[in-house]
Design a binder for this molecule. Structure first.
Ligand code: HAM
Length: 413
């Protein structure tokens, strides 16, 4: 057994005993997001690398450190680290800007980031998310957040914390960036290597740093003063106020977090995260926001957009486990051909059915049936002769004998 091949670090099998939960998450996503008019989209797992370096941003950890990139026929290809850029590419390529706004899309599927694996953080993980195109008004931001909250509620997750912030627009952000750089200048040498790069390229993302020594610098009173200053312009401020009003009217509880800047470059105005206290350090179940320039940046027409994605593994870790589904029936008979025919007949009538393919002893078959099925359908010599079956309810132990034609009706499934 020393030469067995193992699953790659940071990746996991989703085994048959776990699949029930994944189907539950996917079914609920389709039910809840459809109510808001979102349609499902499936884009490829591989895309050209440039999509992410241009889309997600070349100052982000995702693009700088975490992408699975390889060459094929002289093209640089990357396993998608997230799905917003891919959906935007598809939106542009398939002329979806010609459709009447809003264009509402939802998706689920695997994403890949070469991160250090830990609880709640994998290298292959799954996201479920939505993207809405074409609406500038804060109603869109509010509807997207509401859809996220209602999806979580439909899963049975009620007490999660919604945090929001506004990053303003590129215009009003300039002044904030200048002030932030100025106040941090005396501490430049003490900033971590990543923050020193961010200082030049995208100072706003300094606030997202998780390094303790950097966090201490950001806690200094003069830096806090800049962080807490209301730097956003009147238009952005109005948009943010409207969002907060809509959320209040819709009964969505939220708090404001000025340090929330998110780890991707494409956001402007609204950003939000939904967090759980029960998840340890990787506590974000959802992250999203508005990205009004991304469609244009990737070659399309100017199209405002807003969306979010949730980590499905993190959602599952918050939910009680689900028992694997039992078969509807297990045919118990030592007359193998009759058992085979009966199983197939019941399958044609819509039931999930198995029978013993190896013709073990009757008692062994019954034992197996009680482990895997809700009902045992028993075909002894008498039953076969009289065109009957005995139905044993394996949860209650009751047994009845009925005409074969009435079998399914009498099972009261
Ligand atoms: P993100 O914050 O990078 O945003 O990821 C969204 C969620 O995916 C996180 O809140 C977390 O639950 C989950 N997640 C991220 N990385 C991992 C990992 N390594 N292991 C397990 N779960 C993980 C985005 O991806 C944006 N595309 C969201 C968005 C959509 N913004 C606008 N539209």
């Amino acid at each position: 057994m020393s030469n067995i091949i193992k699953v790659l670090k940071g990746t996991k099998d989703i085994l048959p005993q776990d699949i029930e939960m994944w189907h539950f998450l996917e079914k609920k996503a389709e039910q809840v997001f459809s109510k808001y008019g979102f349609k499902e989209i499936r884009t490829p797992i591989i895309e050209v690398t440039e999509l992410f370096s241009r889309g997600v941003g070349d100052t982000t950890d995702i693009v700088n450190k975490e992408m699975y990139t390889f060459e094929k026929s002289d093209r640089s290809i990357t396993l998608r680290p997230e799905n917003t850029a891919g959906v935007v590419r598809s939106f542009i390529e398939n002329g979806m800007s010609r459709l009447s706004a809003p264009v509402k899309l939802w998706y689920h599927g695997p994403m890949f980031r070469y991160e250090r694996p830990q609880a709640g953080r994998q290298r292959q993980f799954h996201q479920v998310g939505v993207e809405m195109f074409g609406i500038e008004q804060a109603t869109a931001d509010a509807e997207v957040i509401l859809a996220a909250v209602n999806y979580l509620k439909a899963l049975g997750l009620h007490d999660l914390d919604v945090e929001i912030n506004s990053l303003g627009c590129p215009k009003c952000r300039e002044e904030f960036k200048t002030n932030l750089k100025q106040v941090l200048k005396p501490y430049f040498d003490e900033l971590c290597e990543d923050c020193q790069k961010r200082y030049e390229k995208n100072p706003l993302r300094l606030l997202d740093c998780k390094v303790e020594s950097c966090k201490k610098i950001f806690e200094k009173p003069e830096v806090q003063e800049v962080i807490k200053s209301d730097f956003i312009c009147d238009e952005c401020s109005e948009h943010y106020t409207e969002l907060k009003l809509y959320l209040q009217k819709m009964g969505v509880k939220f708090s404001e977090n000025k340090l929330l800047v998110r780890g991707l470059d494409y956001y402007n105005r609204t950003v939000f995260e939904i967090k759980s206290n029960n998840l340890g350090s990787q506590n974000a179940v959802a992250g999203g926001g508005r990205y009004d320039s991304l469609v244009e940046q990737l070659g399309g027409e100017h199209t405002p957009a807003v969306g979010f994605a949730m980590g499905m593994e993190r959602l599952i870790s918050l939910l009680p486990t689900k028992e694997p589904k039992k078969l509807d029936a297990y045919v118990v008979s030592t007359f193998q051909t009759d058992a085979f025919l009966m199983a197939e007949e019941l399958r044609h009538q819509g039931l999930n059915v198995e029978f013993d393919l190896t013709n073990k002893k009757f008692s062994k078959q019954l034992e197996k049936a009680s482990k895997v099925a809700k009902y045992a359908i028993i075909l002894g010599e008498d039953e076969i002769l009289n065109h009957q079956v005995s139905i044993k309810n394996l949860e209650q132990g009751k047994q009845i004998t009925v005409d074969r034609a009435n079998c399914v009706k009498m099972m009261s499934l």
